[in-house]
Write a protein that binds this ligand. Structure first.
Ligand code: BGC
Length: 352
């Protein structure tokens, strides 16, 4: 075929039309990607700064965070930190439920340390014992807490996200949480309509309860979270706070076909919910206690991290420098097998 004077313009027209259609398709896809999906991608690989600001200040097991910890986390290749904070320990018992300013200064410090290193921060309201026992008596306090936090951090970068309540449990059944979560979200939205908010289901953020979450469909800046410690007799073997956990000591995780199938089924279930409900997922906690053997811990940690990443979920390992620690704060060194499992180095998932 020769390019006659008539064919050439037609060909250019077709090419230009195709290019325009392509551009339109990608803009539409971009527009369809909501704020939460973008925010979740920024979370990427993360780690929990657990047992620090969620511990009573005088607890012997409390981890004291240092500026260098944030350097170590950033340099290791993590994108984000989850900062569990037990606000209930530092809030006045009566209205207007003021949060202790001295304690808030410590929270500011930790957030600033993370943000100044380019990390994304999930400020997580951890262990609210009152809510777990008597939500009716404690909702006013928690609404006031979130109003204060939303006001305090309103001018902070969008890389700071809020997680309304860690692992709702006890009296916070599916039905109760379906009332309380939207009310807490509204308290934040009244002050800060733009902030990314993280919300997980009842029953300790179990993926089996995702279906009972009640979220306003019009709010597209919500990341949904769940926690994964399966099988519990492996991840919590020897954990002092878990009845009967001493008998589980010696349980291995070999990554055999049945173990891998359980993991895949669970994560497929979560991913299907996410797709059907158009909500991005954040695996906000997973980890194995120090009493488990290191090879099994590393294998399980890698398998879970990969199961999440393959399905487009972000994650945060539980936790940095305490009894599940990927980092040894006494030696100021990472536990390499766990770090490699989390960052995808040393084999397996090598993508950044
Ligand atoms: C709790 C920790 C516990 C971890 C694993 C967290 O949500 O706050 O105390 O070690 O889950 O069970």
């Amino acid at each position: 075929m020769t390019f006659s004077g008539r064919v050439l313009p037609k060909l250019w027209l077709r090419l230009a039309t195709a290019a325009a259609l392509l551009a339109l398709a990608s803009t539409t896809a971009g527009a369809q990607e909501d704020a939460a999906t973008r925010a979740n991608r920024a979370l990427g690989r993360g780690i929990n700064l657990g047992n620090a600001l969620d511990a009573p200040l005088d607890a012997s097991w409390a981890l004291r965070l240092r500026g260098d910890d944030f350097d170590a986390i950033k340099q290791a290749g993590f994108n984000s930190v989850r900062l569990p904070v037990a606000f209930y320990l530092h809030t006045a018992a009566a209205a207007p439920y003021a949060i202790d300013p001295g304690f808030l200064a410590r929270v500011d410090w930790a957030i600033d340390q993370a943000l100044s290193r380019g990390l994304v921060v999930v400020l997580d309201n951890h262990h609210d014992v009152g809510m777990e026992k008597r939500p009716d008596e404690n909702m006013a306090r928690l609404v006031a807490v979130w109003t204060q936090l939303a006001q305090r951090y309103r001018s902070y970068p969008e890389r700071l996200y809020f997680e309304l309540l860690n692992e709702p449990s006890g009296a916070l059944t599916d039905d109760e949480w379906a009332n309380d979560a939207p009310a807490l979200l509204s308290a934040v939205r009244m002050v800060d309509p733009q902030r990314t908010v993280v919300i997980g289901p009842a029953y300790w953020n179990s993926l089996d309860h995702l279906g009972a979450l009640a979220l306003p469909d019009s709010d597209r800046n919500i990341i949904v979270t769940f926690h994964y410690y399966v099988p519990l007799r492996f991840t919590h073997q020897g954990a002092g706070w878990m009845p009967g956990a001493d008998k589980w000591k010696g349980t291995l995780w070999t990554g055999g076909a049945a173990e891998q199938a359980t993991l895949d089924n669970d994560f497929n279930k979560a991913a299907q919910w996410a797709l059907a409900n158009r909500r991005p997922l954040y695996l906000g906690e997973f980890g194995a206690f120090q009493a488990a053997d290191m090879e099994s811990r590393a294998r399980w940690t890698r398998a879970v991290a990969e199961a999440a990443r393959r399905r487009g979920m972000s994650f945060a390992y539980w936790e940095f420098g305490s009894s599940f620690g990927a980092y040894d704060p006494a030696k100021l060194k990472w536990r390499e097998p766990l770090l490699e499992a989390l960052t995808g180095k040393g084999g397996g998932d090598a993508k950044p």
